[in-house]
Design a binder for this molecule. Sequence first.
Ligand code: XMP
Length: 327
Amino acid sequence: DWTNSSIIDEQVARIREQVGDKKVICGLSGGVDSAVAAALVHKAVGDQLTCVFVDHGLLRQDERKQVEEDYVSSIGVRLVTVDARETFLGALDGVTDPESKRKIIGREFIRTFEQAAADLVAEAAEGDGAPIEFLVQGTLYPDVVESGGGAGTANIKSHHNVGGLPEDMTFELVEPLRALFKDEVRAIGRELGVPEVIVSRQPFPGPGLGIRIIGAVNEERLDILRRADAIAREELSTAGLDGEIWQCPVVLLADVRSVGVQGDGRTYGHPIVLRPVSSEDAMTADWTRVPYDTLSKISNRITNEVDEINRVVLDITSKPPGTIEWE
Ligand code: XMP
């Protein structure tokens, strides 16, 4: 498609002009946006790019594997994985306010990239190489708008890679997707040979499960949410709904408990929310009319297989007035 190739050519030229012969790092999240941004930069400057995958402990099941195996083998980028679980979870300890969570996660991402960049320089030049100045991000147009970056727009949420960045960051950003919407990014990704499992993935926010636990984030709660999320995703896929559903956040109401009965016993567990939405660009959305049988299957499986959850609820709010994510 000539429009996609011309966008690619234009961005490749711009990236080359911006970074020259300098080294660049790119944070990969496992999602579509960062994968496509990295593929573009790789096309532009090849081995000057190193990708960094941060395991912040807020990932879903199998996310790390998908990046480490599928992506690297098809694009051929150099990848460094950083285990930053302790740092992120430590920084989030006891934090419940959504914007605070977003800012902490945004800050910790940058601090992790800075450390990774310093380590790479030290390795490559035995300590006396020039610092890595450029950071690639897969920021899209809607991220910019909703973080209050467009003229006359309100700050709805600080996306981790826009309004959530720390003020003392020294990286210069390379953001080749900043003018694009998700469907355009997917088309470009296909053209660049990004594997279909990644290109067609439903969006997943950079702050990950950290903003899908309403209340403080900890290992135990993450584990509950991860198991419920995996069941919901599996059943929605099995029902053939992946094309119709833009994304389906699964949200743990960690500070809420309700009474239930399972077997002969009383339970006092947590509710979990299913938030399936249909959308064109995430700026507006409607709740997806998932067939009752599929909802029933998901509810039965989650309450049977995840002991801590005794109630499954369905979010039937469009955007606006609700946003897609709960935080
Ligand atoms: P909301 O909740 O604002 O979400 O309706 C719109 C879309 O953006 C995703 N989202 C994010 N993506 N970093 C990201 O990379 C973020 O901080 C972030 N917050 C929300 C959300 O999943 C939905 O697709």
